[in-house]
Design a protein around this ligand. Sequence first.
Ligand SMILES: [Zn+2]
Ligand SMILES: [Zn+2]
Length: 123
Amino acid sequence: MRMTNQRKLILELLNKSHQPKSAEMIIEELPNHTMNLSTVYRNLDAFFADGIVSKSTMKNTAYYYVNHKDHHHYMICLSCQKMYEIDCHLDDFAHDIALKHHFKITHHDMTIYGYCEHCQSTL
Ligand SMILES: [Zn+2]
Ligand SMILES: [Zn+2]
């Protein structure tokens, strides 16, 4: 992938972030007029296709986060949208399945959705 200045900006922002960000959140944090929303989306899609970022979707909004070496996943409350970082336990499992099907894995994705302790009591 060609690393344009726009892509560097978006990636730096996601790298610094402690939680997944939507395209709207990203554009708000970029210096004014750096790029428009559709450009942010286009670049995020390119990152996603290349396995550089993962995404979780909540209420029709996609939240993106970087696939670090210390790769992890998120568990998200559908009510208050609190995000919990969780360890990945999928690698061995994915590796076994890939061997069985002669599949070459580039990356994987997993998000757990539900209700946090607080929101369960208000359901
Ligand atoms: Zn909650
Ligand atoms: Zn994982």
